[in-house]
Ligand binder design. Structure first.
Ligand SMILES: [Zn+2]
Length: 118
């Protein structure tokens, strides 16, 4: 069963700039009114990094984290579902999902994941 991606971004009602996470005032025009928006469609991989020495609660030996931009311009960070970075390319299409990313106090903690689209 697919879970909805529990991310809300905030688009400035004046200039349209998208903020995620939330800011009190628009970083461009200082406006304080925002429209909540949800990420749409697939995303494009903007950058990624590999993290070793993970904190407690992770099973994996390492994690690939990336920032991707959704079709409606929301940028968010998530885990990349890949065994290595060999197949990853900047600008490639990735499919978002909302899945358990680690276990905390015996419970799944959900987060954003991106799977490369072949
Ligand atoms: Zn603005």
């Amino acid at each position: 069963m697919k879970k909805e991606i529990a991310i809300t971004a905030f688009q400035c009602k004046k200039c349209g700039r998208i903020h995620y996470p939330y800011h009190d005032r628009c970083l461009d025009c200082k406006n304080r009114e925002f429209e909540p928006i949800k990420p749409k469609g697939n995303a494009r991989l903007l950058t990624y990094t590999v993290i070793f020495n993970l904190p407690w609660g992770f099973d994996q030996r390492f994690l690939i984290l990336g920032v991707a931009e959704f079709e409606n311009k929301i940028k968010a960070m998530g885990q990349i579902k890949a065994d290595s970075i060999d197949r990853l390319k900047l600008g490639m299409e990735v499919r978002p999902s909302w899945e358990p990313v680690r276990v905390q106090a015996g419970e799944d903690v959900y987060g954003l994941k991106f799977e490369p689209v072949q």
